[in-house]
Design a binder for this molecule. Structure first.
Ligand code: FE2
Length: 434
C-alpha cells in the first residue's frame, strides 16, 4: 500500500506514461502502470510532472511591502536601497513574519518547493533575521527556506554590519552574503569578498554574494570571488548573484574571467525580471539589457540558475511567485530560443537552482523526496510558453495544493464551446531543430 500514486505522468526528460508511487515521504517507484493500491490517487492525464520549482535568490524580508513608505520613483537599484533604508526602522518583526508567510503560501501554490532568501543584517535589532528564522521554522514541513546573511549597506561601509552578520550566523542563518560593488572603493569591495569568504570557510558555510550588480564594466569583484573560492577550498559552495556588469565587460577580459569562474566551480544566479527592469537606467539609446552572459557561462560548464529576487517591494512592483515568468524572461533576454535552449531554461528554475543550493533528495528518481508539481502542459517548453497552470502540488507524498484546469468557455456561434490554451500547440516536424 502506497500513500499516493500519481498516474500517467510525462517527465521533463520526455519519458511518458509513467506512474509515480510515494511512501513515507519518498518516491518508492517510477514505472508504467503500477498495480498496487494507494490511499490517494492523482491522475496526471499525460501532463508534465516536474520536481518543484526552486527560487535560488529572493528577498523575503522586503516582499509585499510595495508602496511603503513611498514608491520608487526613479526605478533604480539605488533608490530602491534608499527606500528600503526608510522602511527598515518602521517595520516590526510581526509585520515581516506576516508578509513572509503570505508570500510562502503563494509560492507553495505556485509549485515552489525551496527558496534561498537573503535577509538584511544591517539593522542592530536584526528584525528581519528574527522574523525569517521564525518563518523558516513554521513553513519547514512544506517549503525549504535557506537564509543568507546579507549586509545590504556593505559589510565594511556600515559600521555595525560585520558584528550583525556574525550574530545572524550564530542565530542559525546558514549562508554568508555580501555586496562588494556597494562598498566605498574597489579595494574595499575586494577586501569584503576576502573577509566574507574567510568567515564562510571558518564556519563551513556556503557563500552567495550579490556581485557586480551594476552596469559598470570595471566592476570585477566576481574575479576576486573566484580567486578566494579556490584559495579557501570552497569550490562548488559559492554563488555569484546578478553578475550584471559581465554584460558590459570587454570581451577579451571575459574570455579570461569565465574560465576562472569555471575552475572555481562558482554557481551563477541571474535574476532576469529584476535586472531587465533595473539595469541600463543611465543609458540613453541603445540601452543595455544588463543580464549576465547566461549562454557563455552555461557553455563553459558553470551551473546557471535563475532567481526571482523581488516581488512587490522597493525594487520591483510586479511578480507573483512564478518561476515560469522568471524562465520566460531569462529566455527572452538571453535569446535562448532553440528548443534545446528553451528546455534548458526549465532546468534553470528547477534542477540547476537545487544544485546551487545543495538541496538533498531533489528529483524524480526512486529514493528522492516525494515532492513534485503537476502542470497543465505537455513538456517544459510548453510550460514556459504558457507559464503553465499548476494543477497540483505534492509535498512529502501529500497533495498540498490543487486547482482545476484552465478552460475558457467560448460563446461564439459555430466555434467550440471549451478552449484549452494548451491544446493549441503545433508539434514541430523536427523537434530538436533550432
Ligand atoms: Fe538580490
Amino acid at each position: 500500500m502506497f500513500d499516493l500514486i500519481l498516474r500517467n505522468a510525462t517527465l521533463p526528460d520526455g519519458r511518458s506514461g509513467l506512474d509515480i508511487a510515494c511512501r513515507d515521504g519518498t518516491i518508492a517507484a517510477v514505472e508504467p502502470r503500477i498495480g498496487a493500491e494507494a490511499r490517494e490517487v492523482l491522475d496526471a492525464g499525460g501532463q508534465l510532472v516536474s520536481p518543484p520549482f526552486v527560487d535560488p535568490h529572493f528577498h523575503m524580508d522586503a516582499t509585499l511591502s510595495l508602496g511603503r513608505p513611498r514608491m520608487n520613483v526613479s526605478g533604480t537599484l539605488l533608490e530602491g536601497i534608499a527606500l528600503w533604508g526608510e522602511l527598515k526602522p518602521e517595520q516590526t518583526v510581526d509585520e515581516i513574519i506576516a508578509r513572509a508567510l503570505r508570500y510562502c503560501d503563494l509560492a507553495v501554490s505556485m509549485g515552489i518547493g525551496a527558496i534561498r532568501s537573503h535577509v538584511d543584517v544591517c539593522d542592530d535589532e536584526l528584525k528581519g533575521v528574527q522574523a525569517l528564522l521564525e518563518v523558516r521554522r513554521q513553513v519547514a514541513p512544506w517549503l525549504e527556506l535557506q537564509l543568507v546573511a546579507f549586509p545590504q549597506d556593505g559589510v565594511l561601509r556600515d559600521a555595525s554590519a560585520l558584528d550583525n552578520l556574525t550574530r545572524a550566523l550564530d542565530m542559525g542563518v546558514e549562508v554568508v552574503g555580501g555586496i562588494p560593488h556597494f562598498e566605498r572603493t574597489m579595494e574595499e569591495g575586494a577586501q569584503s569578498v576576502r573577509l566574507l569568504c574567510e568567515i564562510a570557510a571558518e564556519r563551513g558555510l556556503r557563500v552567495d554574494m550579490h556581485c557586480d550588480e551594476t552596469d559598470d564594466p570595471l566592476s570585477r569583484h566576481v574575479e576576486t570571488l573566484a580567486f578566494e573560492t579556490q584559495r579557501l577550498g570552497l569550490q562548488g559552495r559559492v554563488a555569484g548573484s546578478h553578475l550584471t556588469s559581465m554584460h558590459s565587460m570587454d570581451n577579451y577580459y571575459v574570455s579570461k574571467l569565465i574560465p576562472l569562474m569555471a575552475e572555481a566551480e562558482l554557481h551563477a544566479i541571474p535574476n532576469p525580471l529584476i535586472n531587465i527592469m533595473l539595469q541600463g537606467r543611465h543609458d540613453t539609446y541603445p540601452k543595455r539589457r544588463g543580464q549576465t552572459r547566461v549562454r557563455e557561462l552555461r557553455d563553459a560548464g558553470i551551473n546557471v540558475a535563475f532567481g526571482s529576487d523581488c516581488v512587490m517591494d522597493p525594487w520591483y512592483s510586479l511578480g507573483r511567485a512564478c518561476m515560469l515568468d522568471v524562465a520566460h524572461m531569462g529566455l527572452h533576454v538571453g535569446q535562448l530560443s532553440s528548443r534545446e535552449d528553451m528546455r534548458w531554461c526549465f532546468d534553470a528554475v528547477t534542477v540547476n537552482p537545487a544544485r546551487a543550493m545543495g538541496l538533498e533528495g531533489y528529483g524524480l528518481e526512486v529514493g528522492c523526496r516525494a515532492d513534485f508539481v503537476l502542470l497543465q502542459a505537455e513538456d517544459p517548453i510548453e510550460a514556459i510558453r504558457l507559464r503553465a497552470h499548476r494543477l497540483a502540488v505534492v509535498r512529502g507524498g501529500r497533495i498540498i495544493s490543487r486547482s482545476a484546469p484552465v478552460t475558457h468557455e467560448l460563446r461564439l456561434p459555430g466555434r467550440p464551446e471549451a478552449l484549452n490554451p494548451a491544446a493549441y500547440a503545433p508539434k514541430p516536424a523536427t523537434p530538436d531543430a533550432g
